[in-house]
Write a protein that binds this ligand. Structure first.
Ligand SMILES: Cc1cc2nc3c(=O)[nH]c(=O)nc-3n(C[C@H](O)[C@H](O)[C@H](O)COP(=O)(O)O)c2cc1C
Length: 192
């Protein structure tokens, strides 16, 4: 059996992003569980806003195909999203929209979602920690027929959540993050 591989996608490009920091912590937790982990930046997959005319004219952009194939070589995916106006940022939704339009030879469209486990997490400076973005993201991924694991993690007051070693300092946050990672690994193994 091939080694289990999990992809971690932060949903923010911002320098010092709270979500990129949380993605790094979760990636470390995944690696410490002995799982091969890849953490990407969506800045390496720059995409125009989805436009059906553009797709009809030029096809799906190469970067969307690359992102879909990057997802496709992993067994599980963790998306760590900011919350913008109670939902997911355009960056995250647009990437999912484009990937959902990719159809590689001998595959059906959207197969890449149907065949893997996804986990979702969010970080925000506020009290809710991006919970509403997680609800929106769960709905979007479920609509793509992805298996989204039940445990999710919303990191509240994220600016104050770390110690000086960049570890989560509150035991409740550590426990919730580990539970989410554990479940992603379990579900990903089942879907291998
Ligand atoms: C357009 C916009 C809308 C936002 N809306 C929310 C929101 O609804 N809830 C929330 O908790 N934070 C909201 N924020 C604050 C973000 O959570 C905060 O900017 C966070 O740092 C973004 O994630 P990042 O640090 O990973 O880039 C919003 C920020 C922006 C720019």
């Amino acid at each position: 059996m091939p080694a289990l591989k999990i992809l971690v996608i932060p949903g923010s490009l911002r320098t010092g992003s709270l979500n990129a920091r949380l993605a790094a912590v979760a990636a470390l937790e995944i690696a410490q569980a002995g799982v091969e982990v890849t953490r990407i930046s969506l800045s390496d997959f720059p995409l125009p806003i989805y436009d059906g005319d553009l797709q009809a004219r030029s096809g799906v952009p190469k970067q969307a195909i690359n992102l879909k194939r990057m997802i496709g070589v992993h067994h599980g995916v963790l998306v760590v999203t900011p919350e913008y106006n109670s939902s997911v940022p355009a960056l995250v939704k647009n990437a999912i929209d484009w990937v959902s339009r990719v159809q590689d030879p001998h595959e059906s469209r959207g197969q890449v979602f149907r065949e893997r486990a996804f986990a979702i997490a969010a970080a925000s400076g506020g009290r809710l920690g991006g919970t509403r973005a997680l609800a929106a993201l769960r709905l979007i991924l479920t609509a793509c027929h992805a298996t989204v694991v039940p445990n999710q993690f919303a990191l509240s007051f994220a600016e104050e959540a770390y110690d000086d070693m960049e570890r989560l300092k509150h035991p409740a946050d550590v426990d919730a993050m580990k539970a989410m990672v554990r479940q992603l690994i379990e579900f990903s193994q089942r879907m291998m």
